[in-house]
Design a protein around this ligand. Sequence first.
Ligand code: MN
Length: 351
Amino acid sequence: MKFIHMADVHLGVQPDKGKRWSEAREQEIKETFVKVIEDAEANQVDLLLIAGDLFHMPPSDGMLRDVDYMLSKLTNTKTVIIAGNHDYMKPDSPMANYRFSSKTICLSADKISNVYMKDLNTCVTGFSYSSKENEDDIINHIKPAKPGAFNILLVHGGDAKHCPFNKKTLRETNFDYVALGHIHKPEVIKENQVIMCGALEPIDHTDTGARGYIYGEVYDGIVKTQFVPVAKRSYLNLLINIKPDHSPAMILDLVDRQIRNLGEQNIYRILVKGHNHNRDVFDFTSLTEKYNIYEVVTEDSQDDYDINQIYQENQDNLIGKFVNQLSDNYYNDEVYKKAVHYGLDVLLNQI
Ligand SMILES: [Mn+2]
């Protein structure tokens, strides 16, 4: 039995509203979803598991018809979906009443149910959300429904307000595979058995790193899984540490080079850290026009000097004498404060 496990596709989301890549991202998320369906077809996968938040909001009939049409291209694959906290399913919602023409089953809301596929001797147990939150620790208590079959648990959750679970309990599960969704960062909780697959595409700048889906194969009850990165872009944090001999032009060149190395398609946060010795002004406008830069965060550590500690450690030398002479007015006069910082920049860097 071959399966694909994905989650948190968030169809319909427009990430980073107002940024120039925002609309392209909405489209890319759809394209990547289609890519997974193509992969499933190419590999003649038996089962496609979608562990919640396929849609960014409760889907309309039109959105469901679109997805149903895409899934109907699968000749060999059955799809099992649950609704998550974003695409939750109220009893009167289009999703609760939709009849799929593809081989797709959406598990019902709130009450645990299961679907047994005789040809695959596989049973999927799980439930959909009917509202934005579900604080039950239900996951810790669900048991496999079909002894002798390959039992899969399909669940959306993992924080206090969304089906909290205990990782230790999950590691001792009697399910043969636990397909988790909700947390956008992928995590293998137990190798080949309990996996948070992560979002299919990153949705915001906190979703750093590679994203994709889990591909699994089961032979004689033994599961082997692998992460398949398919996201078209990543969010990356670029940490730039300023050194005393850096100039603004050098820093800009360095960032430019790093972005070209890491991929111009990616979306960057530039974090400029360290002590800005020369009080340089960094203007990233030229790079912001050229690349996808979410934001530039400059954190000058010029106030990091601990004057008391520096004095204690340097009482016998020039640094201690210097601090001592100017310390009386350090906290109440900005000019003195600056003078001490400029002086320490020079003195401390000579040691
Ligand atoms: Mn979610």
